[in-house]
Write a protein that binds this ligand. Structure first.
Ligand SMILES: [Mn+2]
Length: 347
């Protein structure tokens, strides 16, 4: 992770706020990134509500259906799924805003809509390499885009003399903050995050529900499968490497789905002394094996995944293997991990 002090920031909330308020009586397009998470959806919905209250029509467009786990976020039913960008008229919009991302390659099939809008900007907290434009507000020191929506809301209030925050908006933003901070357990939860969250709770944000919906709620089928997968975990290299292999029939027997496996790699990584975890699973496609890697600072998961044609982040990565048994796949990955660990090139 890049130390906070070294992160570049592009912060001109006033300029973006003024431009959005210029769109009063017109329409604005809000575009969260593909693979939308709690922050992408929560911040986009809060922006939509804020803009509507300020007299700006706003539409949230996405590529994929909103994941079921995010349906508890208020007004998520207002999100529109785009199946073909040609079905939407970009000239209907005065301004397009990338939400929780800052490059059009993060918005999938909606990119042509963004490119065709006259006014364009972004509101984001991811680390960036681009040269920010006049309406790009990118601040990697913030926990979440939702936290930034709150700051934008305060600028709106100063500029208009009106008040906008209500319980629905507070819950939309709180969902994003709880999601991106791992319910305040990651280092991105700063004193500023807590101050903003305190304001949101004051206005009716329900952190207990957000935390339960985003991190705890699980179907009985998924819980049973998790139990079986955890029980199958095998330790290698004196406990440094933990591997769980999952035949497709196990997923079928539990009447569960791939989606239910998402949290398991991180749980395996929490085991004391474990440096790297492999979750190796068959897929519904014959001969195709999917691998999830989680690691700590002793091993770079992205480097390891690259060796097998995969990719990702330093602590979380993934790859696809073909025409191997689960046992062969495990053997190759353990071997590669042991070499990587021995080379002491972790970070
Ligand atoms: Mn985010």
């Amino acid at each position: 992770m890049i130390p906070t002090s070294k992160k570049k920031t592009a912060v001109n909330l006033d300029q973006l706020a003024a431009r959005l308020l210029e769109a009063r009586g017109k329409r604005v397009l809000l575009l969260p990134h593909v693979g939308a998470d709690g922050d992408a959806i929560g911040s986009a919905l809060a922006l939509r509500r804020l803009l509507n209250k300020a007299g700006v029509s706003a539409d949230v467009l996405v590529d994929e259906p909103v994941p079921e786990v995010l349906h508890f976020i208020p007004e998520s039913a207002a999100i529109v799924q785009v199946t073909d960008a040609a079905d939407h008229d970009p000239t209907a919009y005065d301004f397009s805003l990338l939400v929780d991302c800052h490059e059009s390659d993060r918005i999938g099939r909606r990119a042509p809509l963004f490119e065709a809008t006259e006014g364009r900007g972004s509101l984001d907290h991811h680390v960036y390499q681009i040269e920010p434009g006049d309406f790009d507000v990118i601040d990697p020191t913030k926990s979440s885009t939702s936290e930034m929506v709150y700051l934008l809301l305060k600028v709106f209030e100063t500029m208009t003399g009106e008040t906008f925050l209500d319980a629905i908006m507070a819950n939309q933003m709180a969902s994003g903050i709880v999601s991106d901070t791992g319910r305040f357990s990651y280092s991105n939860a700063t004193p500023g995050t807590f101050r903003v969250t305190a304001e949101l709770v004051d206005h009716g944000a329900d952190l207990v529900t957000a935390s339960y919906e985003l991190f705890d709620r699980i179907s009985l089928n998924a819980l049973r499968m998790k139990g079986l997968v955890l029980a199958r975990a095998k330790s290698h290299a004196d406990g440094l490497i933990l591997v769980s292999t999952i035949p497709q029939k196990l997923i079928d027997v539990c009447n569960s789905s791939d989606y239910d496996l998402n949290t398991i790699p991180s749980e395996l990584r929490n085991v004391s002394d474990v440096a790297v975890v492999f979750l190796i699973r068959e897929t519904t496609e014959a001969g195709v094996i999917r691998v999830n890697i989680r690691s700590d600072e002793r091993l770079n998961a992205a480097h390891l995944a690259n060796r097998f044609g995969g990719g990702g982040h330093a602590r979380a990565a993934g790859l696809t293997l073909r025409n191997l048994t689960l046992e062969q796949a495990a053997e190759q990955l353990i071997d590669a991990a042991m070499k990587e660990l021995a080379s002491e090139h972790g970070d």
